[in-house]
Design a protein around this ligand. Structure first.
Ligand code: FES
Ligand SMILES: [Fe+2]
Length: 338
């Protein structure tokens, strides 16, 4: 189940260059490269002749030559050469996809091209804002995207999965409040007068208890912004505020694999060594999630195959946000199909 008329993050700009890259997005193989003038290109990664992936071919100027029988395609997907043949059938062309660079990511439009409006790219401005210092990366996870959405909408897992960085007992023990409207789900957690988790102590030298705000916003199809703000309990010293965002662009690759584009821009201590500590802590925590999600998917696949259907889960209070996001996603999917 994919929502097509939305922008998805396809890549970090530095991932796309003068070599051919294949990436699956919404179950379609897409070929990425940059033209000689630097413009990024996205087109279907399958030669219309016999389905050879063009990403296995070579780039000659702005033209891609197929590795099998040498057919050539320009950057608009039009076949410009068939060796040993003059006539080029009009059907011999590749679908191209709108691609826009914004907030230090490349966004791809997988729906009706005439509906692609860059103004609809979600607001991830913290990743490209002089007041915020960004760091980020990309994980390829062998799980369905919905498991990652659930994971980011229920941060009670931090207590058990991330005890060496952002988790401690206070997170799971503090219930959340959930709000929702059309196209938006919010999960709000306010932790007051509790110890700081290890990464926060390392970054900010918190010695006593802190107040910690964790507000999560989901917007369709699969965008999640986590607003995180902590300070010593009872203090209003602006120098002691630890504030950052966790920006998550979740792009389904296939039914069983997902691209997680993440960034953790912060508005304090722009120094390089703090960026390194923040990056390292984020990668450690997200890698722990990857371990959980892939094990979870393996078990779901096994049980689905053995019982001829998806396992029936028990829901708990902490699942509220994830369940609302699924419901909103389904509403939009039904509209799309109609
Ligand atoms: S499959 Fe590409 S040229 Fe034949
Ligand atoms: Fe996590």
């Amino acid at each position: 189940m994919y929502l097509r008329n939305f922008w998805y993050i396809a890549a970090m700009p530095q991932e796309i260059g003068r070599s051919l890259l294949q990436r699956f997005i919404l179950d379609e193989a897409i070929l990425f490269y940059r033209k000689e003038d630097g413009t990024p290109v996205a087109m279907k990664d399958a030669c219309p002749h016999r389905n050879m992936p063009l990403s296995e071919g070579v780039l000659i100027g702005d033209t891609v030559q197929c590795a099998y029988h040498g057919l050539e395609y320009d950057s608009s997907g039009v076949c410009t050469k068939i060796p040993g043949q003059v006539n080029i059938p009009p059907r011999c062309r590749l679908q191209t996809y709108p691609l826009v660079e914004k907030w230090r990511w490349l966004w791809i439009w997988m729906g009706d091209a005439e509906k692609a409006d860059p103004a609809d790219i979600p607001d991830f401005h913290w990743n490209d804002d002089p007041d915020w210092t960004p760091t980020g990366g990309h994980f390829y996870i062998k799980c369905n995207y919905s498991l990652l959405v659930d994971n980011l909408l229920d941060l009670s897992h931090e207590t058990f999965v991330h005890p060496t960085t952002i988790g401690n007992a206070a997170v799971a023990e503090t219930p959340v409040r959930t709000e929702h409207e059309e196209n938006e789900v919010r999960v709000l957690r306010q932790i007051n007068g509790q110890p700081a988790p290890p990464l926060y102590v390392a970054l900010k030298d918190f010695t006593g208890d802190i107040d910690r705000t964790q507000n999560i916003t989901w917007t369709p199809p699969t965008n999640i912004v986590i607003e995180s703000r902590s300070m010593p309990s009872g203090s209003n010293d602006p120098d002691m505020i630890l504030e950052y965002r966790v920006l998550n662009g979740i792009t389904p690759a296939t039914a069983g694999s997902t691209h997680h584009f993440w960034a953790t821009p912060r508005n304090f201590a722009p120094e390089e060594e703090v960026t390194e500590a923040f990056h390292e802590g984020s990668v450690r925590a997200f890698s722990e999630d990857v371990g959980i999600l892939e094990k979870q998917q393996t078990m779901i696949d096994h049980e689905s195959a053995a019982n001829g259907g998806a396992p029936k889960w028990v829901d708990i209070n902490a699942d509220q946000g994830g369940l609302l996001a699924r419901r909103e996603f389904k509403r939009l999917y039904d509209l799309q199909q109609a």
